[in-house]
Design a binder for this molecule. Structure first.
Ligand code: AGP
Length: 604
């Protein structure tokens, strides 16, 4: 989950690399470093902390080198120390790495590398191995090294005696590249590249790239030149900047209406869902007897929302699986199962491997992905791209609501193709889905009222989110959001289940955010709320009621617009995102880059 970047060209490389690292910092920010190659010398500056600190370290340096590599780290092997920061240098070689080398200990033993190592990392072992094999031919040394490695890697490499050149190779871990008038650039993802070119290519796995100021050569392991497919960027630099917001997360919360419009509108024709441009055959929906949804974290929670609609309206069984569990449970999957994979980044390794397992068992796979050309997109039978634009904040918000919208599109399409939904019912459903952005805009108008909740949560050691049915599903996402950016321990609980144990934790002033939007169980939830209120909880009620100021029920009421039960998800999502955001902000935390986390989990 690190961020890597390399540049070689006609301009000074240092600031290009440092600025690129700032754009990539959401991928990991435990430490950062840069290596510059000039006049047969390699200079390495690296340290723990964020890119801002690295910039300070580099200011005293000459800024004339035109070839360099940079890295921002999310620690996997080895603690957060200066020595474990990348780039790693060994003899003639300096490199940066994103991924995990699974056999690094064996390599140290097999090639007696111990004396070459000064860090605890697997990445430095690759540098030591490369230096061991390097006898003047970089391609030969790279090939020999790669053959010895087992695991995921995206590597950018420089050799001290080869001026102006960066070599790169990947397996599983993401990397994209482009060249322009300024030179050639390679990075983990588009956010660091988009200012140089609107065209790029995904680095093919197990192909060796040679970057020079004049362009990029791509060669397979047999030495054949390869011309990778050129893709075009569908967003601009401004999209990857804060645009005046204090944090990316708040900007992305407010971008949700447009994100949903951009995702849904291209897939509506004559008022009905249409996946023609996505190339998804109706047969895929017609033939499936059951659905398995596989994802991680927030993406999984979006899949759970889709489950409610598919099962409730279509009576098609949907099983939602945690990707890291699914991979090892010998899942019951066959040709009659449709697998839906959700991933904002399209690079989450657990989700990717789960996708491959589903395919190996004969299931067709549709992936709902936000990053064009990402690994999960390329491995899927069909891709339903969401058009949320780059999501920089580690906490996923607009990606979540567009994933929910995409699941609703699939549910409606499946219902039509299976003959379960009449056209009139499908049109009615689509009209409400097309209105989802307006629901979000209306809910956002209540932001200041929602913000007041943060003061009651920010110092609480624990907080609970409760609800029934779809509201319980929404509570799961709410708890994750609050935990990951405010560090308040939050738990989602089925409201009806509280009294079977957890209510023992409800004492004076414990915050309980109760979602009561599902009319068929509204009364039951209110009873559960009274149970926690009677034990001193500080209750925030989120419902469509006009006004609730009964102290026996809640201390604060957040009113939602009047909505059909499935579409309360869009309003609830915004309320819960804002509660988490304002709590984190009130605590003075770095909302976009919470501790220990990174945006894309490309390690297992
Ligand atoms: C969401 O707020 C989290 N950052 C995390 O759970 C995320 O949703 C999960 O890691 C999946 O990422 P993906 O959508 O890129 O696969």
């Amino acid at each position: 989950m690190c961020g890597i970047i390399g540049f070689t060209g006609k301009k000074a490389a240092r600031d290009i690399i440092l600025n690129g690292l700032e754009r990539l910092e959401y991928r990991g920010y435990d430490s950062a470093g840069v290596a510059l190659l000039e006049d047969g010398k390699i200079s390495v500056k690296k340290r723990t902390g964020k890119v801002a600190e690295l910039k300070g370290l580099c200011q005293s340096e000459e800024n004339t080198a035109t070839c360099g590599i940079g890295h921002t780290r999310w620690a996997t092997h080895g603690g957060v120390t200066d020595a474990n920061a990348h780039p790693h240098r060994c003899g003639q070689v300096v490199l940066i790495h994103n991924g995990i080398i699974e056999n690094y200990r064996e390599l140290v033993r097999e090639y007696s590398l111990q004396d070459k190592l000064v860090s605890e990392t697997d990445s430095e072992v690759v540098a030591a191995l490369l230096d061991t094999f390097y006898e003047g031919d970089p391609i030969k040394a790279i090939k020999k090294t790669i053959k010895a490695l087992s695991g995921a890697f995206a590597l950018c490499i420089m050799f001290q005696d080869i001026p102006g050149k960066i070599f790169a190779i990947r397996n599983v871990s993401p990397m994209i590249a482009t060249s322009c008038a300024d030179g050639s650039i390679i990075a983990s993802d588009l956010t660091a590249v988009v200012e140089f070119s609107k065209e790029y290519f995904v680095v093919p796995e197990y192909h060796i790239l040679t970057l020079t100021e004049d362009g990029i050569d791509v060669m397979d392991m047999k030495g054949n030149e390869v011309k990778p497919e050129i893709l075009s960027v569908n967003w601009d630099v401004a999209s990857a900047q804060k645009g005046g917001y204090p944090f990316f997360m708040l900007k992305e919360i407010y971008e949700q209406p447009d994100a949903i419009r951009n995702t849904v509108s291209p897939r509506v024709s004559n008022g009905l869902p249409d996946f023609t441009t996505d190339g998804i055959d109706d047969e895929v929906f017609k033939n499936c007897k059951r659905v398995v949804v596989v994802a991680c974290g927030t993406a999984m929670h979006a899949g759970m929302v889709g489950k409610h609609v598919i099962e409730d309206k279509l009576r098609v069984p949907v099983q939602v699986e945690i990707a890291s569990e699914f991979r090892y449970k010998n899942p019951i999957i066959d040709e009659e199962t449709l697998t839906i994979v959700l991933s904002q980044s399209g690079e989450t390794i657990d989700t990717l491997e789960a996708l491959k397992l589903a395919k190996a068992n004969g299931s067709k796979v549709i992936s709902i992905v936000n990053v064009k050309g990402s690994t999960i997109a390329r491995e899927s039978d069909y891709v339903l791209y969401t058009h949320a634009g780059p999501e920089i904040a580690v906490a996923s918000t607009k990606a979540y609501t567009v994933q929910v919208a995409a699941m609703y599109l699939i549910a409606c399409k499946m219902g039509l193709v299976k003959g379960i939904l009449e056209e009139s019912e499908a049109r009615q459903f689509m009209t409400k889905l097309i209105n989802a952005p307006n629901i979000i805009e209306e809910t956002l108008e209540n932001a200041n009222n929602i913000k007041r909740v943060a003061n009651h949560i920010k110092m609480a050691p624990d907080a609970f989110f409760i609800g029934r049915g779809l509201d319980y599903t929404m509570s799961l996402e709410a708890a994750l959001k609050l935990k990951e950016i405010s560090y308040v321990h939050a738990e989602a609980y089925a409201a009806g289940e509280l009294k079977h144990g957890t209510i023992a934790l409800i004492t004076e002033n414990v915050p309980v955010i109760a979602l009561a939007t599902q009319e068929d169980v509204y009364g039951k939830v209110i009873s559960n709320i009274r149970e926690v209120k009677a034990r001193g909880a500080y209750v925030v009620l989120v419902s469509m009621d006009d006004e609730v100021n009964d102290p026996a029920i809640c201390d604060k009421h957040i009113k939602l617009p009047k909505l059909d039960k499935e579409f309360t998800a869009f309003a609830n999502a915004v309320v819960l995102q804002l509660i988490a955001y304002y709590t984190s902000e009130a605590k003075g935390l770095d909302v976009d880059k919470p501790r220990n986390l990174a945006k894309s989990v490309t390690v297992e």
